[in-house]
Design a protein around this ligand. Structure first.
Ligand SMILES: [Zn+2]
Length: 88
């Protein structure tokens, strides 16, 4: 399994509005911070500056359960390594 641990029974399938990354995540929420483009916090910001706004750009497309977790994980990781998105 590429995105979630082996044996995962339920996970969320997300698509990021910013980087268009499609991925699975154990968290299930309507929107989460994209782990691929959303966690680059600028460390040079001082304590007096406003906290950078971390935007939740990844939108939950669907909740994936059971055997579909492994299937989706396989398809999505295949897409990452040069496959196409024809299956959608
Ligand atoms: Zn992203």
């Amino acid at each position: 399994m590429y995105f979630v641990p082996d044996g995962t029974q339920v996970c969320g399938y997300y698509e990021c509005e910013d980087c268009e990354m499609r991925f699975l995540d154990l968290r299930i929420a309507p929107r989460i911070v994209c782990p691929y483009c959303g966690e680059e916090v600028d460390m040079e910001i001082g304590p007096d500056d406003e906290m950078p706004q971390v935007e939740e750009k990844a939108v939950l497309v669907k909740v994936v359960e059971g055997d579909e977790v492994e299937r989706m994980d396989g398809l999505l990781s295949l897409a990452l390594t040069g496959g196409d998105f024809d299956w959608i």
